[in-house]
Design a binder for this molecule. Structure first.
Ligand SMILES: Nc1ncnc2c1ncn2[C@@H]1O[C@H](COP(=O)(O)OP(=O)(O)OP(=O)(O)O)[C@@H](O)[C@H]1O
Ligand SMILES: [Mg+2]
Length: 182
């Protein structure tokens, strides 16, 4: 007897705070679930409350956070889950290590750059971080006074300042469809 095996993948949404990562991840995940796919969303904020509790925002801690999430994502994706990861992941070498982890188990991995310009992110300022940084109440804000290394060769770039959230989520869906994953 043969059993249908779902093909998993990791879809990593990298970009600045307020770029739209969480919004796009939720939109995409909703559509995928409606269509009957197994889906998990590993959101940066939630992860920092448990898997990465106690980690801060130094380069080293940010890297540790990304590697932990990358490990969980790879395990899920390798076992047939479409795993959406809306996590800033500011450092190119951290992201590269996650890609390699997926490659070594032949698990599909997509890097999506949510490439909203910092000025637009700062206007959106969903969590008030840009305002707090400007007021001197916070330091180490990615893209402002902490590094963000944009992906050099991402699988998809989303200019969300010219799109609705639905259009952005649909573009990620289309990428998965083009690869036969949905
Ligand atoms: N095309 C778009 N895609 C995604 N979000 C958009 C788009 N256009 C406007 N927005 C708005 O931008 C905001 C993005 O907030 P969101 O919480 O998704 O950002 P984030 O990248 O997850 O930030 P953080 O890193 O702080 O968690 C939302 O208010 C959303 O409605
Ligand atoms: Mg978010």
């Amino acid at each position: 007897m043969t059993t249908a095996r779902a093909q998993g993948a990791t879809i990593w949404l990298t970009g600045l705070p307020s770029a739209g990562k969480t919004t796009i991840a939720r939109g995409l995940a909703g559509r995928l679930r409606t269509e009957g796919h197994r889906v998990e969303v590993l959101d940066g904020d939630e992860i920092r409350r448990f898997l990465s509790a106690g980690l801060g925002f130094s380069r080293e801690d940010r890297n540790t956070n990304v590697q932990r999430i990358g490990l969980v994502a790879e395990v899920l994706a390798r076992n047939g889950v479409l795993t959406v990861v809306p996590v800033i992941a500011p450092y190119a070498d951290s992201r590269e290590a996650v890609r390699k982890r997926h490659q070594s188990s032949d698990t599909p991995y997509f890097e999506v750059h949510v490439a909203t310009p910092v000025e637009v992110c700062s206007d959106r300022d969903v969590k008030g971080l840009y305002a707090r940084q400007a007021a001197g109440q916070l330091t180490g804000l990615t893209g402002v006074d902490d590094p963000y290394e944009p992906p050099v060769d991402p699988d998809l770039v989303l200019e969300t300042q010219h799109q609705t959230p639905q259009q952005s989520a649909d573009a990620v869906y289309a990428m998965l469809a083009a690869r036969g994953l949905v």
